[in-house]
Design a protein around this ligand. Structure first.
Ligand SMILES: [Zn+2]
Length: 347
């Protein structure tokens, strides 16, 4: 087994933390060394994850990342020092590094710039992921997520209608996917990062995108405001964005009004009050092939009330105009940032 794997699977992250002088509690928490705090919000996930995550600042990683960042070392030096300290037989500096090159991780990676190609397997994996999450026992995250969604005006009907689900136990889901699918398949469908871990670490609320009743894309959100340096939404890695709520357009009459929103929650809000709405995910994600979807309708762009939203709406309007699509823009009253806020206040 090559060194990286050995360190990850044999060197207990909690032991390393203790040896670095930190106090790790019995419930596997400690004061985060990467941000200032009084109560411990860094949590350790034991083997086989052997990772840490801070719920205060969002920082996470494996035993090598922890050691490297605490000691101010680069990854490779940290790896070798950990080996020297914890793996018997690594007393000497490595004599012949060629024998020990980290091949496994690199070879399995998707080639750079490979064009994206959607496979039915991706839907199978997304749906399996959903079913596993739905079957998990409720945790604190379940209640926190439900409370958060309610605070944004998303009630039980909407949760069912849009089939929103929550990752209740990250470690379990992560394990399940890793054991069931190959790294390459998980990476191709955008669910994992370079290390093979599920990317929705701080984004447990999942909005599935359905197309002809199959999940073809996923978008995830933090519960409440995101931790520093993290965005509130997480999209699949390296998978082209899709239109949220596309299936709602099925059977819609020619020339019906369809609202295009930025955020999925805005789209849900409009749907709740009886409008036809889809979400593009952000202001600048428009793909040419979507024009043939929207050609049948009269489109109203209703983006956020900020500079990015206004500019995005103007650009999109031009694109749709060029494609021969009937399009109008709608602007929010100046007091409101987005559609959701507007309707929440009106209620
Ligand atoms: Zn932290």
């Amino acid at each position: 087994m090559e060194l990286l794997d050995r360190i990850k699977s044999e060197v207990d992250i909690r032991q390393v933390a203790r040896d670095l002088g930190f106090e790790v509690s019995t419930n596997r928490r400690m004061i985060c060394p990467f941000h200032e705090e009084d109560t411990p919000s860094m949590v350790f996930y034991p083997m086989p994850q052997n990772e840490f995550h801070c719920f205060g600042c969002g920082k996470h990683g494996d035993v090598i990342n922890l050691y490297a960042d605490v000691c101010g070392l680069d990854f490779k030096t940290a790896l070798l020092r950990l080996a020297y300290t914890y793996i018997p037989g690594f007393g000497e500096p490595i004599q012949n590094p060629k024998k020990k090159k980290i091949e496994k991780v690199i070879v399995k990676k998707k080639p750079e710039n490979a064009p994206f190609e959607f496979k039915e397997l991706f839907s199978v994996i997304y749906e399996d992921f959903r079913d596993f999450c739905l079957a998990q026992k409720p945790t604190q995250s379940t209640y926190d997520a439900a409370n958060y969604l309610r605070s944004r005006g998303i009630d039980d009907w909407m949760i069912r209608h849009f089939k929103i689900f929550v990752i209740k136990n990250y470690a379990q889901v992560n394990d399940y996917l890793k054991n069931k699918y190959t790294f390459r398949d998980l990476q191709d469908c955008g669910l994992v990062n370079d290390k093979g871990n599920l990317i929705f670490f701080v984004h447990p609320i999942i909005f599935p995108f359905y197309q002809n009743d199959r999940i073809t894309y996923l978008q995830a959100r933090t519960i409440g405001p995101p931790p520093e340096k993290t965005s509130k939404y997480q999209f699949l890695a390296n998978v082209p964005r899709q239109v949220f709520n596309l299936d709602s357009l099925r059977g819609l009459k020619l020339n019906s009004l369809v609202y295009l929103t930025e955020g999925a929650i805005d789209c849900m809000t409009l749907t709740k009050i009886g409008k036809n709405a889809v979400s593009l995910g952000s202001v600048n994600t428009y793909r040419k092939e979507w024009s043939k979807i929207f050609k049948r309708y009269r489109v109203i762009i209703w983006f956020d009330n900020d500079e990015a939203g206004r500019k995005g709406a103007k650009d999109l309007r031009e694109k749709l105009d060029l494609a021969g699509i009937w399009v109008e823009e709608k602007e929010l009253q100046p007091d409101f940032n987005d559609i959701n806020e507007y309707f929440l206040t009106k209620q």
